[in-house]
Write a protein that binds this ligand. Structure first.
Ligand SMILES: NC(=O)NC1NC(=O)NC1=O
Length: 174
């Protein structure tokens, strides 16, 4: 990708292209657009991470709350974003049997009850067994540690989505 192409985008085009690198949080790409010109993709990523880090705890938790549950209602009803659907599919969440869906539902509910935000993990970097194991493990954290842990996962998801855009989407969307 030529970064000059990205730097020449209007904010509408920029938000259209990068708006979902953090799930359902286009405000982040809308905010960082004003930092153009970007040096490269890593620079865009650094601005996104900087924005997230500048948020108060309530803002970070708000970002987490924009994420759909793994194997949750949005997946079952076909209302996931394209990115999330691909990620959940890669982690095996789209081929669970009904007992496994129930198990995920119970774990997700327990997690949300404890922390007040949904369990978030980079699905592309974890398989079904990893996800269940980490959900059980992370339930033992305190809220502050878990908030930071979950934001680390958001960053991984964001980084992979950014790379994906550069590799495949930029040609078709521009
Ligand atoms: N809850 C949760 O982790 N959701 C997600 N993870 C991921 O990689 N994509 C998602 O939508």
């Amino acid at each position: 990708m030529d970064i000059s192409v990205v730097n020449a985008l209007t904010y509408e085009e920029f938000v259209n292209l990068f708006g979902n690198v953090v799930e359902k949080c286009p405000i982040i790409s809308a905010a960082i657009w004003s930092h153009r010109p970007f040096k490269d993709l890593a620079d865009i990523e650094a601005h996104i991470m900087g924005f997230i880090h500048s948020l108060p705890d309530s803002g970070k938790e708000g970002i987490l709350r924009c994420h759909p549950d793994l194997a949750g209602r949005d997946l079952q009803s076909g209302t996931l974003t394209r990115e999330s659907r691909e990620e959940q599919s890669q982690a095996g969440m789209t081929t669970l049997d009904s007992a496994e869906i129930q198990h995920m539902y119970r774990l997700n509910s327990k997690y949300k009850e404890r922390f007040g935000f949904p369990f978030v993990i980079c699905a592309r970097l974890n398989n079904k067994a990893d996800i269940v194991r980490q959900l059980n493990e992370r339930l033992k954290n305190d809220r502050a540690a878990e908030r930071e842990r979950a934001i680390e996962e958001v960053k991984k998801i964001c980084s992979l989505r950014l790379n994906n855009i550069v590799l495949s989407d930029i040609q078709t969307k521009l």
